[in-house]
Design a protein around this ligand. Structure first.
Ligand SMILES: *Cc1c(COP(=O)(O)O)cnc(C)c1O
Length: 480
């Protein structure tokens, strides 16, 4: 595993795998001994200050708090250190972004070099070409690409590009799927049993009070893995649909594998009617060397990217078929879709992304896949050993634990129940007590500096949770 050497910090230097195990367990037991199941004193003090300047104390709704968040002092490799001096194995990785963990040597080096040369210019730099060449060369179906600053922006421009290309305005998306903060993709992101409508024709539901009705009218909502419904809804709206946007394994929809016939249905129904397929791989590009569509056999027209391709800096990208991407082409005057952005393709994001992606080679993916299998299989075994009413989903370097005995199929099947929520909160807390940050209700991610020992430790902690929470688990309703 050549990647580990570059990313080790002082704590891990010259530490053999066996010894690391001892370090992890020592720290974990000291965390427990100190009664640190939640944020420490200094985090609480920081939060008290945050409350005075932010509406809820922080700048992101997605920040986990129990009841206050952990404030981070620094990250190193696969670890986070909070301001109270505790160390945690980081399974959040800034929402799956940091595939090489924190302070990855080549990224730090590339950024240090670039910082001394300037952070942004109103001219292109050669770094943008290098990252573009890497992505166009690696990801199937990307003939041309544009860089922006976030996944939200990538999705927004991909949808506008599809509209400009087709001359149609509607889009279709999966119920419960997350694609960032563009209004059209927020539709039905948080549908509830009270408003999601019947199973055959999901309603378009507002994401926030005051969401324009016109937006709701322009979004057709599909259910993940619903083959017949997807075919029917795409074809009955075909004349107005610019695109179907889908994440091949929606993380907030449960991180459930797509049925091949479902992807085939999307493919066939759209192709017949000239509707574009936008694959949102902002999160799932990390599923293989060539991304998630390559893994699952979807052939998209446009792919949106973000997260890992910035090496830890803000980034987004829209890539796709040459004729579609032509809507951005300003070489002959005003393009069909003008797209700029003050910080788009800034050399810091470009050089950090290039360093990270270059080191994400086949060996790195094999390592991630191996660790992911250890974690998912180990968790699955612990569940069946204890006959616990839980299950685990995910693929490659991603996993998600659910409070159901049967693997869910789509968003409606992961809709939280009071018992399930209690168990998942307790699970996250138990992991924190044992020195692991496990995202609550979202995808957990493995990074390249993690080792087999880390993977086994995750499984051990999970098995420990099952053993010590049998009463709580016995009380949750098993849904078939
Ligand atoms: C994270 C994410 C986004 C939004 O990316 P930001 O950089 O947070 O704007 C969009 N789509 C998917 C699938 C994501 O996981």
């Amino acid at each position: 595993m050549p990647l580990r050497q570059v990313s080790v910090g002082p704590l891990r230097k010259n530490v053999q795998e066996g010894e690391e195990d001892i370090v992890s367990k020592e720290i974990a037991s000291s965390n427990i001994a100190a009664g640190f199941s939640r944020a420490g004193r200094r985090s609480n003090e920081s939060f008290a200050r945050g409350i005075m300047v932010f509406p809820d104390g922080t700048s992101r709704v997605t920040i986990e708090r129990d009841p206050t968040p952990l404030y981070i002092e620094r990250g190193m490799g696969s670890y986070l250190f909070d301001v109270d001096g505790r160390r945690f194995l980081d399974l959040n990785c800034n929402f799956t972004t940091l595939i090489h963990g924190h302070t990855f040597g080549p990224v730090v080096e590339a950024l240090t070099h670039q910082l001394q040369r300037g952070s942004c210019f109103a001219n292109p730099t050669e770094s943008e070409i290098e990252l573009a060449e890497l992505l166009c060369g690696r990801i199937p179906r990307i003939d041309r690409i544009r860089f922006v600053n976030t996944g939200t922006e990538a999705v927004l421009f991909a949808i506008k590009a599809a509209r400009a290309f087709t001359g149609r305005s509607k889009i279709a998306k999966l119920e419960g799927a997350y694609h960032g903060a563009y209004d059209w993709v927020e539709v039905s992101q948080a549908a509830t049993p009270d408003n999601w409508g019947d199973a055959f024709e999901p309603k378009s539901t507002a994401f926030y009070r005051g969401m324009p009705a016109s937006v709701l009218d322009e979004v057709v909502v599909l259910r993940f893995n619903d083959i017949e419904g997807t075919r029917r809804l795409i074809s009955s709206n075909a004349h107005d649909l610019a695109a179907v946007i889908l994440d091949p394994m929606p993380s907030r929809g449960g991180l459930v594998a797509p049925k091949p016939e479902f992807l085939a249905a999307v493919q066939e129904a759209t192709r017949k009617k000239g509707i574009l397929v936008i694959a949102d791989e902002v999160l799932n590009l990390r599923q293989s060397f060539q991304g998630a569509c390559a893994r699952y056999g979807l052939v998209p027209d446009v792919i949106t990217m973000g997260k890992i391709i910035g090496g830890g800096l803000p980034i987004g990208a829209i890539g796709g078929r040459e004729d579609v991407m032509k809507v951005f082409d300003a070489s002959a005057g005003r393009p069909l879709l003008p797209q700029g952005g003050t910080f788009s393709a800034n050399p810091l994001s470009m050089t950090a992304g290039l360093a990270a992606m270059r080191h994400l080679d086949h060996a790195a993916f094999a390592h991630l896949e191996m660790l992911g299998d250890i974690v998912r299989n180990g968790i699955g075994r612990a569940i069946s050993n204890q006959s616990a009413p839980l299950c685990v989903t995910g693929a490659a370097s991603l996993f998600r634990i659910h409070p159901w005995a049967e693997a869910p199929n789509d968003y409606r099947e992961i809709y939280p129940t009071p018992g399930g929520t209690t168990v998942m909160k307790e699970l996250t807390r138990f992991f924190a007590e044992n020195g692991i940050v496990l995202p609550y209700g979202a995808a957990a991610s493995i990074s390249t500096p993690m080792t087999r020992v880390d993977a086994e430790f995750i499984v051990d902690v999970f098995a420990g949770f099952l053993e010590s929470h049998q009463d709580m688990l016995g009380a949750i309703k098993v849904r078939k």
